[in-house]
Design a protein around this ligand. Structure first.
Ligand code: BTN
Length: 250
């Protein structure tokens, strides 16, 4: 069994051998726990990704966890939250496994041209104010048919230098520390404080992207990211657009 690092932020950690989805489990616990907590599973039988896609979650092949956080902030801050979290995940992967991962805005972590991790941020709110953020993170660790059959997917194991140790306890420790660090900064600092660091990991700039937003799909080139976390893109008609949240193909 995996050792889940001690955390001041996540006072309560629920560890499950198997579950439908940690995200749903975390959501159902909202009334039973105050404060921040975490649900971790060895396997998910009904793992979900963004846009209601399936998230392959074979037993002990990846990390599947949901974080519950309760910042006292308006719902419009969620985009900024995602930017801080993506940095925490990407950095942890690099530190633990000595590889170079990149952030595919808004919610994916890539190694080269393949996705190794994705996260999903859901919110429970009341009149525009957040009651809870439920952030579900999936990371493909080991090679597995279920994962490898997916187009564009990869695992840490596949991308790693054979000489580097694969220590999952150490990775989990680093992940929790980075999440604590960047979550704290998210609460106290604007995006501009991490903008350069974020940009140095971003893999969406200076290439043609297919952007799908609320049913509309178009090609564009990402130019920059603004202080609110919106992506500024140049479409083929020469128009500059701001993208809030979208599905992006490289
Ligand atoms: C995506 O890339 O579309 C987001 C994937 C999020 C997967 C994680 S695994 C833990 C948590 N439980 C779920 O059912 N989904 C998230």
């Amino acid at each position: 069994e995996m050792l889940v690092a001690q955390s001041e932020l996540f006072s309560h950690v629920q560890y499950l051998p198997t579950i439908g989805s940690t995200q749903i489990e975390a959501m159902q616990k909202l009334e039973h726990h105050d404060g921040a907590y975490m649900v971790v599973a060895e396997e998910q039988t009904n793992g979900r990704g963004r846009f209601n896609r399936e998230w392959a979650s074979p037993k002990n092949r990846g990390l599947y966890l949901s974080l519950v956080l309760r910042p006292n902030i308006p719902i419009s801050e969620i985009i900024r939250f995602n930017l801080f979290i993506s940095l925490a995940i990407s950095k942890s992967i690099d530190q633990a496994f000595r590889i170079e991962s990149g952030i595919k805005w808004p919610n994916d972590i890539y190694i080269d041209k393949r996705k190794v991790s994705g996260f999903l941020t859901e919110v429970v709110s009341e009149s525009g104010v957040i009651n809870a953020i439920i952030c579900g993170i999936g990371i493909n660790i080991f090679e597995d048919e279920d994962i490898m059959d997916l187009p564009n997917a990869t695992s840490i194991e596949r991308e790693m230098d054979v000489n580097v140790d694969m220590d999952l306890d150490d990775f989990m420790e680093k992940l929790i520390r980075n999440i604590e660090h960047y979550y704290h900064r998210f609460l106290n600092e604007p995006f501009s404080a991490i903008r350069e660091e974020w940009k140095s990991r971003a893999i969406v700039f200076n290439k043609e992207l297919r952007i799908t937003e609320t049913g509309e799909s178009y090609m564009a080139k990402a130019l920059d990211i603004d202080d609110e976390g919106f992506l500024e893109v140049l479409d083929r008609t020469g128009e500059i657009r701001k993208v809030i949240s979208a599905d992006i193909e490289l």
